[in-house]
Design a binder for this molecule. Structure first.
Ligand SMILES: O=C(O)c1cccc(C(=O)CC[C@H]2O[C@@H](n3cnc4c(=O)[nH]cnc43)[C@H](O)[C@@H]2O)c1
Length: 196
């Protein structure tokens, strides 16, 4: 449902890969799909939660970096990131930007984290904010950047905010508004890209 208006609009003019929610389904689906011809541009489109009260539900945002928030080790009250452990990276970035792709389009930029568990507890939200100071969270973004980087694909992540990251308050989520705004933006952008 997140990209149905877009698939209806473009038909088979673009390839749409629905990965399912979460970093493992996303990385697997992209790894399997990328054995096919190289793409000019790969877009990750989805909804997200916002830690930043200035980035409100309905806003469409360009993600400029995305961190796997949970990869590391606990040392009692202290968190040791995987980078410190020496097992690899936790932060990944797009390999192109909206301004490079089409200078007529502008979006607010934001730093994101990628999580397995949607935050919904005040203490854990405070902890992750103190550690990583994210503006957005999703369940796929960093895995998307990772897969694209591994395969040398030009990539960008565009997310529409469906909810604030707060103590679980499912009734306040505005998924319909986020999906509408995400699809309106994505259709406009892709239309320009394929017709220019
Ligand atoms: O908690 C629920 O009842 C519930 C019902 C439907 C969907 C969800 C999701 O968690 C959707 C996950 C989906 O959306 C992205 N997303 C949206 N908001 C957030 C968030 O605050 N934290 C992390 N991910 C979020 C996510 O990328 C998934 O694709 C829950």
């Amino acid at each position: 449902p997140e990209i149905e208006p877009l698939t209806q609009y473009f038909g088979n003019k673009i390839d749409v890969l629905v990965t399912g929610a979460g970093m493992v389904p996303t990385a697997f689906a992209l790894g399997r799909h990328f054995t096919k011809p190289k793409y000019d541009l790969v877009l990750n489109l989805g909804i997200a939660g916002s830690f930043d009260r200035a980035i409100q539900p309905g806003y469409v945002v360009e993600v400029t970096e995305d961190t796997f928030a949970e990869t590391g080790a606990e040392d009692d009250e202290h968190f040791i990131p995987i980078t410190t452990l020496g097992f690899g990276e936790n932060t990944y970035r797009p390999t192109t930007s909206l301004s490079e792709v089409n200078s007529n389009f502008h979006l607010q930029k934001a730093r994101a984290i990628t999580v397995n568990t949607v935050h919904g507890n005040e203490a854990s939200i405070k902890k992750v904010q103190e550690r990583l100071n994210p503006q957005l969270e999703s369940m796929e973004g960093a895995a998307f950047f990772y897969a694209c980087q591994q395969m040398g694909m030009a990539c960008m992540q565009i997310r529409a905010v469906s909810n604030y990251v707060e103590k679980r308050n499912r009734e306040a989520w505005q998924i319909g508004l986020a999906i509408k705004n995400l699809n309106t933006f994505a259709i406009d952008l892709i239309d320009k890209i394929i017709n220019d």
